[in-house]
Design a protein around this ligand. Structure first.
Ligand SMILES: Cc1cc2nc3c(=O)[nH]c(=O)nc-3n(C[C@H](O)[C@H](O)[C@H](O)COP(=O)(O)OP(=O)(O)OC[C@H]3O[C@@H](n4cnc5c(N)ncnc54)[C@H](O)[C@@H]3O)c2cc1C
Length: 451
């Protein structure tokens, strides 16, 4: 176990390392938060601001999983209407976040643009603008000529675009680590290499968290353990059908200006950073590593999988072998912690394909080199909406997980919302669509858009 130590991170090599100090293991806290991603850390920061004694436990490194590996889009645009109140709140918080945390987060209000490849896509964007109405007051449809004028570097004609000028971007590792540092400055104990092995419950109430280093008693436990939250909740008989898909991302060498706005379209996702380098990835294309869990939750995912089957490539290989091996040799508690850093190889074919596509779509890009590539395991729920719920059936247990590939931008609002729930404050907007029991009751719907 080590105290907060920010290691150089996959996409961002800018994080200084904080020297390890052997921390005194906390036996008691007001709240224990499981997971050192943006959800756990932002919640910790706001809860500590309200005077609570908070401990965050992270089985590996802060920002080591999705929150440090994502594309960095911060958007209200084209979200499920159920997420819009959170997304709008988050956007306001992002604007003042560097001042609030006293650290860089890489925030830039560059807008977000989804180009329509054909009339059907344009019609879907138009339907979304009608559906969300005033919730997205600055989102607007652009025709083909307006799109071309806004994106002179785009070589391919579009059928128009959906554009939200006040969306933006941030640096994932930097922003998540900024929350970690700011939380630590408020007195939060952030423990790395400290995995949760069980959530303790007595008489219908949480009483604490068993970690690999001992028990921390607390009346509030927040499960923000990303892709493996379901493993922590299953022993409490809580149903969370969660799967992961592996998404490959690359960082390029600096290019001439291609798109100021975060861009999606024609099969590519592109975020051009302040120094001209680009984060690129396949739009709506991921690998699915088949595991035993894939079969366990098949019924929940089958219909959306069939609808979106062109967005996934099934891969049977090391993930399944590793899982079977772990089942044979590791006790259950150990399997909750190991592997601390799951094997997540980038899909090299997709790296090449997307680099070539970038060159075709933006011919002025010139020869673009790949600086590095990585993959992230996106935690997906059947309706591609997260769970944010304090009414879980276990008093004191709050769940914030399953952000289905678009949680980074929501992070600050999830933090304030969950911190409020932990103090018994109503959220100020309707969280009913994000309840945990929608899966046990079978009341969940279909995803609003492919991942
Ligand atoms: C490739 C990729 C691209 C994406 N692009 C975007 C984007 O552009 N915009 C956007 O809004 N979102 C995006 N997302 C989604 C976004 O990154 C996630 O929704 C968000 O980061 C989820 O945060 P989290 O804190 O819930 O999970 P995580 O960041 O995964 O954190 C969970 C943490 O819990 C820890 N943990 C797990 N088990 C235990 C245990 N037993 N004990 C202690 N700790 C444990 C893990 O090690 C991990 O660090 C993307 C995701 C990926 C992977």
């Amino acid at each position: 176990m080590r105290a907060l130590s920010l290691s150089p991170h996959t996409p961002d090599d800018v994080l200084e390392r904080i020297e390890d100090k052997a921390p005194a293991f906390p036996r008691r806290a007001d709240a224990v938060i499981i997971g050192g991603g943006i959800m756990g850390l932002s919640t910790a920061y706001y809860l500590a601001g309200a005077g609570l004694k908070v401990v965050v436990i992270e089985k590996d490194r802060v920002a080591g999983q999705q929150s440090g590996r994502n594309w960095g889009f911060v958007r209200t645009q084209y979200r499920d209407p159920a997420e819009m109140p959170l997304a709008v709140t988050a956007l306001k918080l992002w604007r003042g976040l560097e001042a609030e945390l006293g650290q860089p987060v890489g925030w830039r209000e560059t807008g977000c643009l989804f180009a329509a490849a054909d009339e059907a896509e344009y019609a879907a964007f138009a339907a979304w603008t009608r559906q969300v109405g005033d919730m997205a007051p600055t989102a607007r449809l652009l025709d083909a000529a307006q799109t071309a004028a806004l994106l002179p570097a785009l070589s391919r004609p579009s059928a128009g675009a959906l554009y939200t000028p006040d969306d933006g971007q941030a640096e994932p590792g930097q922003a998540t680590s900024a929350y970690a540092r700011a939380a630590a400055a408020r007195g939060v104990q952030v423990l790395e290499d400290c995995g949760a092995v069980a959530i303790d419950v007595a008489g219908g109430r949480v009483t604490g968290v068993q970690t690999e280093h001992g028990l921390i008693t607390a009346g509030i436990v927040i499960c923000a353990a990303g892709a493996v939250s379901h493993d922590l909740l299953r022993p409490l008989s809580l149903v969370l059908p969660q799967k992961t898909v592996r998404n490959t991302v690359s960082l390029t060498t600096p290019a001439p200006p291609l798109s100021a706005a975060c861009f999606c379209g024609f099969g590519i996702g592109l975020r051009q950073r302040a120094d001209g380098s680009c984060i690129i990835a396949a739009e709506s294309m991921s690998d699915v590593d088949v595991t035993l869990g894939s079969f366990r939750n098949l019924g929940f995912f089958l219909s959306s999988f069939l609808v979106n089957r062109h967005s996934f490539r099934l891969s049977v290989g090391r993930a399944l072998v590793d899982e079977l091996h772990a089942l044979l040799v590791r006790p259950r508690a150990e399997r909750l912690v190991e592997p601390r850093r799951p094997f997540l190889p980038p899909n090299e074919k997709r790296v090449e394909m997307i680099r070539d596509l970038l060159g075709q779509l933006f011919q002025g890009a010139g020869p673009v080199g790949i600086v590095k590539s990585w993959a992230g395991a996106i935690d997906v729920l059947p309706d591609a909406l997260p769970v944010i719920d304090a009414d879980t059936g276990v008093s004191g247990l709050i769940v914030a997980t399953g952000f289905s590939g678009h949680g980074f931008g929501l992070g600050p609002a999830v933090g304030t919302t969950v911190a409020g729930l932990a103090q018994g404050r109503p959220p100020g907007f309707d969280l009913t669509p994000l309840r945990l029991d929608r899966f046990a009751k079978g009341t969940f719907g279909q995803p609003h858009a492919p991942l």
